[in-house]
Design a protein around this ligand. Structure first.
Ligand code: DC
Length: 227
């Protein structure tokens, strides 16, 4: 397998609610890797678009907004903080208005170009666990380990609802996930898909601990024998 000059990269892709974020965070903690949550970056841009009141069809204003945006991720007390133009938006990017708009925003080519460049910059020279939709296929096609997490839609909705602590109902959450799956999988630029060389893990009947242990074991095997 080709060695990546950026360090050792674990790419985790999959649909919303498949357990990517929790798995990526814990795998990164256990291996001492940097956790790169690319969904959080698409959410931060979406928040900025909502706050600025820009229409997605106004490509000129959108480009200006992208050009003037600074994104950063940093670890603080075992938690990943998302900084948008130096403002901490870690909680704000989880609100339903952002979840509702993030898929259309992430389907726009200029948004993807900006964020893929940022993701490569943030990963440069580091060992990274990077999660998203196009990590193994587009962002880091030479990642040393590629995982594709999948999970039954109903189970994903149940997990998301638990995270939202009752701020929505199961049917609303299921619909939002199904709609995001549809847009993320069918868009023209970098659709969600399993890279040919990604290892498929179905998490429907797995606990978080089982998922994390499995990915760590695969990573340790690859680290010991990169070829
Ligand atoms: O992982 P998440 O649910 O926080 O991601 C939010 C949205 O961002 C998701 O609907 C699709 C988009 N996304 C993407 O297009 N590419 C990525 N690498 C990560 C997320």
């Amino acid at each position: 397998m080709k060695k990546n000059s950026a360090g050792f990269i674990i790419a985790i892709d999959g649909p919303a609610g498949s357990g990517k974020s929790t798995t990526a965070r814990l795998v990164a903690q256990r291996l001492g890797f940097f956790h790169l949550d690319t969904g959080a970056m698409y959410r931060a841009i979406t928040l900025k678009i909502i706050e600025a009141g820009i229409r997605l069809t106004n490509r000129r204003q959108l480009q200006q907004l992208l050009d003037s945006t600074q994104l950063n991720l940093k670890w603080e007390n075992d938690r990943l903080r998302v900084l948008l133009d130096k403002r901490d938006v870690t909680e704000a990017i989880r609100q339903p208005a952002v979840s509702a708009l993030v898929s259309p925003v992430s389907a726009i080519r200029s948004v993807r170009e900006k964020l893929v460049a940022e993701q490569r910059r943030l990963a440069a020279g580091r060992n990274v666990v990077c999660e998203g939709r196009d990590i193994g296929s587009v962002v880091f096609p030479h990642a040393q380990l590629k995982i594709y997490l999948d999970c039954d839609l109903k189970e994903r909705a149940r997990r998301r609802l638990a995270e939202l602590k009752g701020k929505a109902n199961l049917e609303q959450v299921r619909k939002n996930l199904a709609e995001r799956d549809r847009i993320d999988s069918h868009r023209r630029h970098s659709p969600l898909r399993r890279a040919r060389d990604a290892i498929l893990i179905d998490t429907t009947h797995l606990t978080i601990e089982e998922q994390v242990a499995l990915v760590c074991a695969l990573a340790r095997r690859r680290l010991a024998d990169p070829d």
